[in-house]
Design a protein around this ligand. Structure first.
Ligand code: NAD
Ligand code: DAU
Length: 358
């Protein structure tokens, strides 16, 4: 028995692979294109572990997926691979449509052909799990209840529109062809190996480098934060006990405005790694031009997965964020290694026209 994971060298995917091999003794075939966001260093601790088979490749490559399925005969596919950063989708949506829509379509077609060729328990037990996001539901008003699985889809960014399209394909492949799929829609993750283009790792990296902490707009946008290993355990629960064709919302019951997140990071950095001049990192805060079409609030109602599968997050925000800051402080080489020329080009592109002070 084995599972095929796509995007397992990215932030959540690599945490999932590491977590899976800690919790289970079942091999993982890890298919990842290694875009700017994929980093084999995240998986360094698995060097020599024969349960982890890494394959560099594209989910749009049907021939490759067919070969992997035929060779390894996985009992499940867990599909993380995606272009994931909203700001990048605004600057260049094409790659988002290619990977998130065409890539998911290619994977579904390959999975369907493979599953049709299975028989008996292998066929009944097979699962295609699609990892998606709360952003497909759009933006909440302050008084709205959190998103449930029946909220209408109202994606607002090229990223969320491409994820919404992929969710619809997964749903259709179940209803039309009977492919045994499950989908999870999760809120904002944070934790180790988070690429420093996203809010939390960017703020930590910039603070330590003495750079500005760029807050988009008024900083009052609300996200619902979940520690990444809790997302991993939720996906394991869906694989183990989830009902075919069902959608499960996953969240941390942790709604916080961005400015509060940044202030928490500042407090922890002031405690663990104070500035040489004795001043607070809050000196580095800079309000900058807002993200176009910026969603105001996301929040997840995670009662279905708790009720039906018994899943609840293990970390509170307070424990998770302390661990995260400590991880970044202990792994500054990891951050330095991902800050390549391409990373610097991205910072120039995204922040130059937001008038961020140096
Ligand atoms: P990430 O950007 O850190 O990693 C994506 C990974 O996919 C990278 O390793 C990249 O190399 C790989 N990849 C990209 N295009 C590929 C292709 N064409 N073929 C094969 N591999 C490819 O993303 P993440 O934050 O780890 O997100 C993983 C998944 O979880 C995504 O589907 C995302 O939509 C979803 N999600 C993310 C969050 C979050 O807060 N980060 C929350 C909910 C859902
Ligand atoms: O909600 C789940 C989603 O969370 C995932 O589907 C996405 O893949 C993931 O990237 C994340 O999307 P967000 O846009 O919410 O995450 P990001 O870290 O980019 O931004 C979080 C908030 O912080 C958002 O309101 C924008 C704001 N922000 C972000 C950056 C990078 C800033 O204020 N300044 C910044 O420099």
């Amino acid at each position: 028995m084995s599972i095929l994971v796509t995007g397992g060298a990215g932030f959540i995917g690599s945490n999932f692979v590491l977590d899976w091999l800690r919790e289970r003794d079942e091999p993982v075939i890890n298919l990842d294109k290694l875009t700017y966001a994929g980093n084999p260093e995240n998986l360094k601790s698995l060097d020599g572990d024969t349960r982890h088979v890494f394959v560099q490749g594209d989910i749009c490559d049907r021939g490759l997926i067919d070969r992997l399925l035929a060779e390894h005969k996985p009992r499940a596919i867990v599909h993380f691979a995606a272009e994931s950063h909203v700001d990048r989708s605004i600057h260049g949506p094409g790659e988002f449509l290619r990977t998130n829509i065409d890539g998911t379509f290619t994977l579904l077609e390959a999975a369907r052909a493979y599953w049709n060729g299975l028989a008996g328990d292998a066929k009944t037990g097979f699962r295609f799990h699609h990892v998606s996001t709360d952003e497909v539901y759009g933006s909440l008003k302050p008084s709205d209840p959190p998103f449930t699985e029946t909220n209408p889809y109202e994606p607002n960014s090229p990223y969320s529109a491409s994820k919404a399209a992929s969710d619809h394909l997964v749903r259709a492949w179940h209803h039309t062809y009977g492919l045994p799929v499950t989908t999870s829609n999760c809120s904002n993750n944070y934790g180790p190996y988070h690429f420093p283009e996203k809010l939390i790792p960017l703020m930590i990296a910039n603070a330590l480098a003495g750079k500005s902490l760029p807050i988009y707009g008024d900083g009052q946008q609300v996200r619902d934060w979940l520690y990444v290993t809790d997302h991993c355990s939720a996906i394991r629960a869906v694989l183990d006990k989830g009902k075919v064709g069902e959608v499960y919302n996953v969240g941390g019951w942790n709604e916080k405005p961005n400015i509060e997140i940044v202030n928490t990071l500042i407090k922890l950095l002031n405690e663990f790694s104070p500035r040489a001049d004795g001043k607070s990192y809050s000196e580095q805060i800079a309000y900058v031009t807002d993200r176009p079409g910026h969603d105001r609030r996301y929040a997840i109602d995670a009662r279905k997965i708790e009720r039906e599968l018994g899943w609840r997050p293990a970390e509170t925000f307070e424990t998770g964020i302390r661990k995260t800051v400590q991880w970044y402080l202990s792994n500054q080489d990891w951050v330095r290694n991902v800050q390549s020329g391409a990373y610097r080009e991205w910072l120039d592109k995204n922040y130059a026209d937001r008038s961020v002070p140096a």
